[in-house]
Design a protein around this ligand. Structure first.
Ligand code: BGC
Length: 730
């Protein structure tokens, strides 16, 4: 990927093999609506309507279909039911569709004669621009320029502008404005109803998903110079122009989307017609008002690195996608693992939300963070249902969540065993409370604390010798799929139970009636204290924390023999059977603990654990590199910290590996922000400190690092140079 300035992501020359990668990297969105960076005219060779049965698989090593291109139009929360993958985010009809013909030839990036192709995404305002010269087979030469954005001011509105200029010769052009409803989600048809038509000059599509969500899309192309009219055969609008040398035509296309999940119930086509009419009237302002919204976001969230342009650009890319993907207004959704930029992981929400994403929002946009935290409070009923289904009391949060909070993970290993999510949720709520001081929220969330505690009290095993254990779990390292007393899981459960007791005593003091309503009795309180105290975290004598009780009995992975080609994931070259019985780590597990709780662990202890676990760690998960960067930065091991940071920056930007093809690794984006603030700037998280405290250790080449944070309702400007932090309240 060739980049111009720190806020521009550029593809120079059309790279057919990287089409899907750019579709992900160039994803645009507003929190309400997201679209992948596909071409307006699509690609002839890439059928978007292929039906197939995608099987549940480990998506890290899966070879996905759609090698060339995958359209994606997503409204978070609009879901469908897949017979094997469970509830998934539905890929909606593609409102970008706009085709152009010269004679019989339809413009196609693969087939047509194209020159001087560049495409770039302006990260500052979310505008995607593509320009190239097309020499149609029938003669002439046309300069083509496409610009588009998803409006941040008017959620659900997409603005496109197309300009065609005859550079030489005379060129007849024919335009087709469409909404392409011939799309599938992971090869599956989730539409139980599809209606398409043209009303006045608008193309309208309405679909109902098999989950009962209705979605309406309406689109209008117009121009000062030419008229679009209904096509006599198809539900599209069309227009024609004959350009002489030097002449050009500019066309706008406005599309609006609404759904039955909207607060006003979607209101259907009449509402969209009204919105489109208003937008058309304000056409001149749409660009600047969108830019103003983005500017306001950047004003808070920009992180400025002096002395490292490459890193700056990649950081901007991560921040852009973070700001794009979360909804500032909707607490019925979280951010899915692919940042709503692809269909891997089916639009599900993971622990990524609490551990990787929440901090960025907490310390920049606490209102958005509140939505993410509220999402878990809202889905408590689903979590209770999960506990019931597994035969336990209380609430068990799903490893993979959709809108209901019911377990959506299609793979048994993770669904059954990766139960640390239930403690991670409480950790996230507590972090929200500590970072914002929002006591009312905490008190309101008390049932999540007590119900999840009830689950733990039922899920643990109490032995006759008085010991307590949590067996048959999967920690963050998904390559050990079943183990006893996982250090990470137990530490988080202890944390969650401790905070439950704290939250309860606060509630008792502040709102005795609400406390009574929770019916916590003495037995509950005593057992919560007992389990909190007794759950073991095993250590070797030399201080190495054991990932699980029997970690040392797992076999050596013999990477030199079984993993000679490090360009591939370890998980992709060994069988699952071998993987599950050796000490290969997919991602940090024990090392998550010093990352989360910097004040609890001594430096020698952290170093010892890094020395032990790092050689076993494959980094097959994109959630891995950035945690190591943070640990090394805190230890002052600048080179290692920077190396891992750079690996994190590359994950979605490396065209060779096609990192963004299936969507954005949004947890890593959140990790990038954390590496800057918790790593290089050394900020203590708010659950470990009353005030913002920094212990900066910048990479040598960096002259300075500056950013803003919001901490307990106060805004600060932080400027770090020569490892001194200058903190000014704003
Ligand atoms: C990782 C999980 C993560 C999930 C979604 C997996 O590959 O192992 O930790 O939650 O991806 O990002």
């Amino acid at each position: 990927m060739d980049n111009r300035n720190a806020y521009e992501l550029r593809e120079t020359g059309f790279h057919p093999a990287a089409t899907k990668h750019y579709e992900g990297a160039f994803a645009q969105g507003s929190g309400y609506l997201h679209i992948r960076g596909s071409f307006e005219e699509g690609l002839l060779a890439a059928d978007q309507n292929e039906e197939y049965m995608r099987l549940p698989a480990n998506v890290t090593v899966e070879k996905p279909r759609h090698p060339r291109s995958k359209y994606g139009t997503y409204v978070p929360g609009v879901t469908g039911n897949h017979p094997l993958l469970k509830e998934e985010l539905v890929n909606l009809p593609n409102p970008l569709a706009f085709r152009v013909f010269s004679g019989k030839e339809g413009l196609d990036m693969d087939e047509s004669n194209i020159w001087d192709y560049t495409r770039s995404l302006n990260l500052k305002n979310g505008v995607l621009t593509r320009s190239f010269v097309w020499n149609p087979k029938a003669g002439g030469s046309v300069g083509c320029r496409y610009e588009r954005f998803v409006s941040r001011r008017r959620p659900g509105l997409i603005v496109q502008k197309m300009t065609y200029t005859a550079l030489s010769g005379k060129t007849p052009l024919r335009f087709v404005n469409d909404i392409d409803e011939q799309v599938k989600t992971n090869g599956y048809n989730h539409f139980t109803e599809v209606k398409k038509g043209v009303r006045n000059e608008r193309v309208e599509v309405g679909v109902v998903t098999d989950n009962g969500d209705s979605v309406y899309l309406s689109s209008r192309a117009f121009s000062d110079q030419i008229l679009f009219t209904r096509d006599s055969l198809n539900p599209v609008t069309v227009s024609e122009v004959y350009l002489r040398q030097g002449e050009s035509v500019t066309i706008y296309k406005l599309s609006a989307v609404c759904t039955s999940r909207d607060p006003d119930g979607g209101a259907g086509f009449p509402k969209l017609t009204e919105r489109l009419a208003k937008a058309a009237k304000a056409c001149g302002r749409l660009y600047t008002e969108n830019e103003a919204e983005w500017n306001a976001l950047w004003e808070q969230a920009a992180v400025t690195i002096e002395g490292d342009e490459k890193a700056q650009r990649a950081v901007n890319f991560s921040l852009y996608h973070l700001m794009r993907s979360a909804s500032p207004t909707d607490d019925r959704i979280a951010v899915c693992a692919k940042g709503f930029a692809g269909e891997a992981y089916f639009g599900h929400f993971f622990w990524d939300t609490e551990l990787y994403l929440l901090p960025f929002f907490l310390y920049n946009f606490p209102d958005t963070a509140k939505n993410l935290a509220s999402f878990r409070v809202r889905t408590l009923e689903g979590a209770k249902e999960n506990a019931r289904a597994y035969g336990y009391a209380g609430a068990r949060y799903p490893w993979e969540s959709s809108v209901s909070g019911l377990e959506q993970c299609p793979n048994w290993q993770y669904a059954d065993n990766e139960i640390h999510i239930t403690a991670d949720v409480v950790f996230g709520l507590w972090h929200y409370y500590r970072a914002t001081g929002d006591e009312a929220f905490l008190l309101n969330a008390a049932p999540v604390f007590t119900e999840t505690a009830r689950y733990w009290l039922d899920r643990v095993e109490y032995r006759a010798d008085g010991s307590v254990h949590l067996n048959g779990v999967m920690g963050p390292d998904e390559y050990i799929c079943f183990c006893n007393d996982s250090a990470y899981t137990n530490t988080m459960v202890k944390f969650a139970l401790g905070k439950t007791l704290e939250a309860l005593s606060l509630l008792r003091e502040k709102d005795p009636r609400a406390y009574e309503a929770l019916s916590v009795d003495r037995d509950f309180l005593e057992r919560a204290e007992l389990v909190r105290e007794k759950l073991p975290v095993h250590r070797r004598e030399d201080g190495v924390i054991l990932q699980c009780e029997d970690f040392e009995r797992f076999e050596e992975p013999h990477f030199e023999r079984f993993w000679p080609d490090r360009s591939k994931h370890f998980g992709a070259v060994v069988s699952q059977e071998r993987n599950y019985r050796v000490k290969a780590l997919k991602q940090p597990d024990v090392l998550m603990l010093p990352y989360l709780f910097p004040k609890r662990y001594r430096e020698e202890e952290i170093e010892k654990n890094i020395d032990y676990y790092l050689p076993y760690t494959t980094h097959d998960s994109s959630l891995s590199a950035i945690i190591h960067s943070i640990l090394f930065a805190r230890l002052g091991k600048e080179e290692e910290a920077y190396d891992f940071f750079a690996r994190g920056l590359d994950i979605d930007l490396d065209e060779q590996t096609g990192g963004a093809a299936e969507g954005i690794h949004i947890a890593n984006c959140g990790g990038v922000w954390q590496a800057l603030v918790f790593g290089f700037a050394g900020m203590l998280p708010a659950y470990e400190s009353e005030t913002p405290v920094f212990a900066p250790k910048l990479p040598k080449e960096w002259k300075s690092l500056s950013f803003r944070i919001v901490y307990r309702g106060r805004r600060y400007q932080v400027s770090i140079s020569e490892n001194n932090a200058d903190i000014t309240e704003l």
